[in-house]
Design a protein around this ligand. Structure first.
Ligand SMILES: Cc1cc2nc3c(=O)[nH]c(=O)nc-3n(C[C@H](O)[C@H](O)[C@H](O)COP(=O)(O)O)c2cc1C
Length: 173
């Protein structure tokens, strides 16, 4: 079954997670919005204003994939508006959708999944949920592209969760 990764990332954490999954799965990884805001204020504004309402890439009726892995941060306990728009516009083009998220706290996954379910019209096939907060409680990764190396090491620490996720989506192959 053909699979594809779509990712949304402001600071680079979820771009890094998407790259890790892409390497493991050997599939394409496509940004939902290459011009996603990078600063915290930009992210906050697009969350509060619920923008953009239309997020590319919009898939044609012919472009149907067995499995889409959608990779994104949690914003205010929900999906970023661009991700919500993308899923709403394209949910019929995928047989399955799996969710992968590198967030800060890792404690808002339940509310983010409720948002996903009401947008997609069903549960994700699998969920990968990585908290980038360090065990000591300090912020391990700031929302800053320069921290991609640190993100990579934290994502590497989540290797067991990533393995579980890969085997869960493996059931569709
Ligand atoms: C506007 C905004 C709201 C956020 N809300 C949450 C949240 O509710 N829960 C959480 O764990 N992290 C939250 N975060 C932190 C991001 O999920 C986290 O920094 C994530 O790794 C950023 O991913 P990115 O670098 O791919 O953009 C928020 C970040 C921003 C910018």
């Amino acid at each position: 079954m053909e699979e594809i990764i779509y990712y949304y990332s402001g600071g680079g954490n979820n771009r890094e997670l998407a790259a890790v999954l892409q390497k493991r799965l050997g599939c394409e990884a496509v940004p939902i919005d290459p011009a996603a805001p990078r600063s915290f204020i930009g992210c906050l504004l697009s969350m509060l204003l619920k923008l953009p309402r239309k997020a590319g890439p919009s898939l044609t009726a012919e472009q149907r994939y067995g499995l889409a892995i959608v990779c994104f941060p949690i914003w205010g306990g929900k999906m970023p508006p661009a991700v919500r728009s993308f899923i709403r516009q394209n949910r019929d083009k995928f047989m399955h959708i799996a969710v992968a998220s590198a967030s800060h706290q890792g404690d808002a996954t339940g509310s983010m999944l409720l948002d996903f379910i009401s947008t997609a019209g069903g549960r994700p096939l699998a969920v990968l949920d990585i908290s980038l907060k360090s065990p000591g409680g300090a912020i391990a990764v700031k929302n800053d592209a320069d921290n991609v190396d640190r993100t990579a090491s934290i994502v590497a620490r989540a290797a067991p969760e990533i393995d579980l996720f890969i085997s869960a989506i493996g059931t569709t192959r």
